[in-house]
Unconditional design. Sequence first.
Length: 77
Amino acid sequence: MKNSNKITVSREKRDDMVSAIRKYFLQERNEELGDLAAGLVLAFVMEELAPEFYNQGVQDSYLYLQEMLEDVLSIQK
């Protein structure tokens, strides 16, 4: 059974993210990371940090929709 709480991305997107992590470490920290190390950084971010960003996005969407619904209700006669 697939874990519905796990954030997943396509293989192509994952490869792009790994490349971005490698580029960041090289430019900002002057460290060369291999694909494995960059993949481990990405896995950590996706498992430990991404759910918080996702949940914040869900909360922000809920508040936005709630505000829009209140605007719709305000036109009642």
